[in-house]
Design a protein around this ligand. Sequence first.
Ligand code: OAA
Length: 208
Amino acid sequence: MTNKPISEQFKSIPTTAISDAMKGMNNLDPSIKPLKDTYKISGRALTVKMPIGDNYSVMKALDAAEPGDIIVIDAKGDLSRAVAGDFVIGMAKALGIAGFVVDGAIRDLEACKALDFPIFCKGTTIAAGNKAGQGEINTAISCGGVSIQPGDIIVGDCDGVTAIPFASAEDVLAGSLEKLQKDDQRAASVSEDIAAIKKHLKEQLAKG
Ligand SMILES: O=C([O-])CC(=O)C(=O)O
């Protein structure tokens, strides 16, 4: 047994195994991708709901965040205004925030990559957001087509981002570990043995 918080126990598990354990139900839209393939995040969601183009509430989120939180932003899929650039991301990194997941865009791509802070987003843009004072933090949001509650567990890697409702985290963890073990057994059962591969394919095709 481990004493690690459950949100950290997902860090070594690929999103694909977590997705399989949840039957693919809570994966964010695949257009939300890491800026670098090496990024892997796992932590509790601090949610942000912002009107298109107004990133005031992202500042509120930075102010409220605890180290290890993942800022998950419902930016309504807008790609015309950035929710953050290298200045905001630099502050997030210094505060110990574990990552940004955005249904929208960031800017200052080169500088953001140089900060080596895990950002998962739909794209990049040039224009900054306004800070008009609207938006909410820590309320239920929809990000990338998935409902996310504050405190849900967010896991992201090179394949994308998935959200685990906190109440089902123990079950999903057990299901993901079981799936990983099955995947290993399946791979070992065929290895590079052509006869074993043919047998496996025959069994799969017989199910069709
Ligand atoms: O301040 C902003 O809203 C976006 C920005 O340019 C930065 O974070 O560098």
